[in-house]
Design a protein around this ligand. Sequence first.
Ligand code: NAP
Length: 476
Amino acid sequence: MKNISTNLNNTHIIIIIVDKIKIKTNYSNMSQKFKSFIKLLKERNPNQPEFIQAVTEVAEDVIPYMEECNPAFLDEKILERIMEPERVVSFRVCWEDDNGDIQINRGFRVQMNSAIGPYKGGLRFSPTVNLSILKFLAFEQVFKNSLTGLPLGGGKGGSDFDPRNKSNKEIMRFCQSFMTELSRHIGSNVDVPAGDIGVGEREIGYLFGQYKRIRNEFTGILTGKGPGWGGSLIRPEATGYGLLYFVEQMLYERNISIKGKVITISGSGNVAQFAAIKAVNLGAKVITVSNSDGVLHDKDGFTIDKIHFITKLKNKGSRDFKEYTDLYDSTFTPGKTPWIYPCDIALPCATQNELDTEDAAFLIKNGCFCIAEGANMPCTMGAVKLILKSGISYAPGKAANAGGVAVSGLEMSQNRIGQCWTEEKVDAKLKHIMHDIHNTCTHYGKEESGKINYLKGANIGGFIKVAKAMCAQGIV
Ligand code: NAP
């Protein structure tokens, strides 16, 4: 792709050559289209800031692309249709706690888009869950799943249930009640949920058990299952490993080796733990993990044994890493994030909007040259703008953390054919998919200067496949 920029009669014209097709663009018209789209988005989704943020970030790249390369997608109102979920299910989840008291939570499933496959996306159990957050996650999932090259539509779900400080039995009773309703809306060719924040292998087990009891069938309606009962090897590791495979490609593009690079990671859950393990195995030095209470800093860097120790603490529900700081020369700073520490590479792996403009400015000032999102939308919009302007290589979550859903897709394939692939085979496929996603981002995101805008590449690359399928399937 090659861009040529010129200025005629005070109108900024951009000529883009995509796949040998020359397209002229008038940016003054485009911004009007963009403005009216955003007005519609805000009117139709009041009080949903996260959803508006996610759609705006995509629209900024996709609307110019449609005007330049594919006006038919504009005529078909593809983006207006993609932003409207195909279905949103909201339901009551009642369960009894250990004292016999009745508890009432809200359950949701957002079935966003099924143009290229059955709905696919995780379940989040967290008191912060609301429709804005689930709609933003489902929207992102549509593009992410498309980027994997697998036939997966996009969805997301969850509950405002807080699994912290709950007994095992309480978690089980909640999961059973949640699945009793959800089972009406999912199926191996309809919608296949997985885990997300607060939903790991234990919760997937309870959910799967209840589905099997209600429907009397053993089928692949969830991914992230245990390896002995239909789960894929490497699924727990996939998001973190995939993130590092993507980062390796970003660095390779700039002739930089990951060996010896200092990495800060946020979060200490599934994604953070396996990102840290892969980074250390690749020769990098990881110096932080975190949780919602603060940041753990180990200036000597985590070894694999130290990361396993953190996993054990996390599984015990420990919140201040005190046992870690007692054992190793390290500090836990409450109320702070990893972004206060100088690093070469920053990997936000905790939650949405956890890295803001101030954090981004700090990272830039301290010499960070690569930021890749393990979490979904962890950088605020202001932070993203600053990072892109600074020249730092930046990969959005929909590209960099797609490894999890990719291996979920492989789990679905294994379930369909009744096979269990080896660790090596799944890992090789994961690596291949992450390289392909990187290539897609490069193809659609390479700028005139040679720099790669991964955000633009991922947005356009993810959009095209879904848009083509929607056009082919008529106005539905
Ligand atoms: P997880 O295992 O539940 O871990 C989440 C981690 O983030 C925990 O350490 C949690 O700390 C921390 N956290 C949550 N809210 C925070 C906050 N406001 N500030 C700082 N830390 C916070 O979840 P996960 O599966 O690793 O998911 C993490 C992110 O990756 C999410 O954005 C998720 O959507 C995304 N993602 C996950 C997958 C996957 O396969 N699991 C795939 C793609 C993307 P506490 O223990 O204190 O809450």
